[in-house]
Ligand binder design. Structure first.
Ligand SMILES: [Zn+2]
Ligand SMILES: [Zn+2]
Length: 148
């Protein structure tokens, strides 16, 4: 069963080339709260080649905190933010996993910036959570299955 998702209005649809929902993380940082207008963001870090999207999308690029550029991709009609990619990580996309059709099945593999999470959000006792950003080595371990 392919992993599918799309924007709120239905104009943009996508397929992730995985047999099941890939590894996803939650980020509770203030930037993600502001960008989503919500409490946190859910993201799947995957090779760009495993994402195929249909429908008219628009792109907006802006400088990021790492000295590069991040490009956000939105549905041209309803402006749902679907994914992004950064100049520092060519060939990698971050899919906004809350746009998956089966988003209620998501269990984040880890939580970053847990220290910034909204106070009413509890985390399971066994959740892998980091108060700030995740060490790069751990990112590579956790997301290796998405790149296998
Ligand atoms: Zn749309
Ligand atoms: Zn964040």
């Amino acid at each position: 069963m392919p992993v599918t998702g799309g924007c709120r209005c239905g104009a943009c649809r996508y397929v992730l080339d995985y047999p099941a929902i890939p590894v996803i993380y939650a980020c509770h940082c203030r930037d993600c709260q502001t960008a989503t207008g919500g409490g946190f963001v859910l993201q799947a870090m995957i090779p760009a080649a495993r994402l195929s999207m249909t429908g008219e999308a628009i792109e907006r690029s802006a400088p990021n905190s790492r000295g590069g550029t991040t490009t956000q991709i939105y549905c041209a009609q309803c402006l749902t933010r679907l994914c992004s990619h950064s100049s520092g990580r060519p060939g990698v996309v971050l899919v906004r996993a809350g746009t998956l059709d089966d988003s209620e099945a998501i269990v984040p593999a880890l939580h970053m910036w847990a220290s910034r999470r909204q106070r009413w959000i509890g985390l399971p006792d066994d959740a892998e959570a980091y108060d700030e950003a995740i060490p790069v080595e751990r990112i590579m371990q956790v997301f290796a299955p998405n790149f296998a």
